[in-house]
Design a protein around this ligand. Structure first.
Ligand code: PAF
Length: 305
């Protein structure tokens, strides 16, 4: 694995690996896995999907200050370059792009990206500037690293909708691939922030996935009203501070009253100082309801090892 810190080194390293790997035929040339590090099985699953589908896998590792609306959240975000580079190499990353903030942003720059209405629901109002920050950094990564496919987790459902929409609106020649959420064996969705919770907080946090599970069963049993589904989620308990629970359209993140199209049921809640998000994806194509609850690990994730 090559570790590089500038956009141009990342592009040259990926091109070199591509030519060494020998040929024009076959899978997409470069697959990009954007991350903020402190890797877990969620990231590793993105890497392995990129590995299967692309000749070269570039992973970016950058804790983007522009997407944190609270500076203490940025300061607390877990970081370990040593651990991340070892895991990335073992997972088959070819090029690890770890830029400095001066490589990512110039003090004189003036361009911003406004994601528009997809950023006005759920995460949007409570986290001013968050989606603009994600949109700007992801635009730089998509434009600057020469990938043909980029991989993002369904765990950040609204982010995935926003990035798909942006790549389509701006005509980026890149395919955005959404991958399933990975969960601990007790259902907790993997997030690098999980390591910031105490054992009691972690136990309380299970109310989120348990609530979503109850809503999944209700949907499978025929419940279609957003109100009914959201009620199932929050009925799981009050040890977490619920911020929102909403049913939203996968296409534009607009809020829905009825589950009648591809959508996701998204929840945000805080446990102590840690804010968590989670969701279920609903597919209604073909007239049948399919619920994507994600993939459940059999043993504790890398976050607890
Ligand atoms: O999902 C994340 O980890 C980040 O929002 C991303 C896409 C890497 C942009 O900083």
């Amino acid at each position: 694995m090559r570790v590089v810190s500038t956009f141009s080194e990342a592009r040259s390293a990926a091109t070199e690996v591509y030519h060494r790997s020998g040929g024009e035929e076959g899978p997409a040339a470069i697959g990009l896995v954007p991350t903020m590090g402190f890797l877990h099985e969620g990231h590793l699953s993105l890497i392995s999907q990129a590995r299967r589908e692309c000749r070269v896998v570039t992973m970016s590792l950058y804790v983007n200050p522009r997407q944190f609306n609270v500076s203490s959240d940025f300061d607390r975000y877990p970081r370990s370059f040593e651990r991340d580079s070892q895991l990335a190499a073992q997972a088959g990353v070819d090029v690890l792009f770890a830029p400095s903030t001066s490589e990512m942003y110039e003090p004189s720059e003036s361009t911003s990206i406004q994601p528009g209405r997809v950023a006005r629901t759920m995460e949007g109002p409570g986290r001013p500037g968050h989606f603009e920050g994600v949109a700007l950094v992801v635009t730089k990564l998509l434009a600057g690293l020469g990938a043909q496919k980029a991989y993002f987790g369904r765990k950040d459902a609204q982010q995935l909708t926003m990035i798909r929409r942006m790549a389509r609106d701006l005509r980026f020649p890149i395919e955005i691939v959404g991958c399933p959420t990975i969960r601990e064996s007790d259902g907790l969705a993997l997030s690098s922030r999980n390591v910031l919770m105490s054992a009691q907080e972690r136990e309380a946090a299970l109310e989120i996935s348990r609530g979503l599970w109850a809503a999944a069963l209700a949907a499978e049993g025929g419940e279609r009203s957003a109100e009914g589904l959201c009620r199932e989620v929050t009925a799981s308990g009050d040890r977490v501070a619920w911020e929102y629970v909403e049913l939203a359209d996968q296409d534009d993140a607009s809020l829905l009253d009825t589950l009648d199209r591809p959508s996701f049921l998204a929840a945000a809640a805080s446990v102590g100082k840690v804010r968590l998000i989670d969701n279920l994806f609903f597919d209604t194509r073909g007239g049948h309801l399919a619920v994507d609850r994600g993939i459940v690990l059999e043993s504790p994730s890398l976050l607890y090892r």
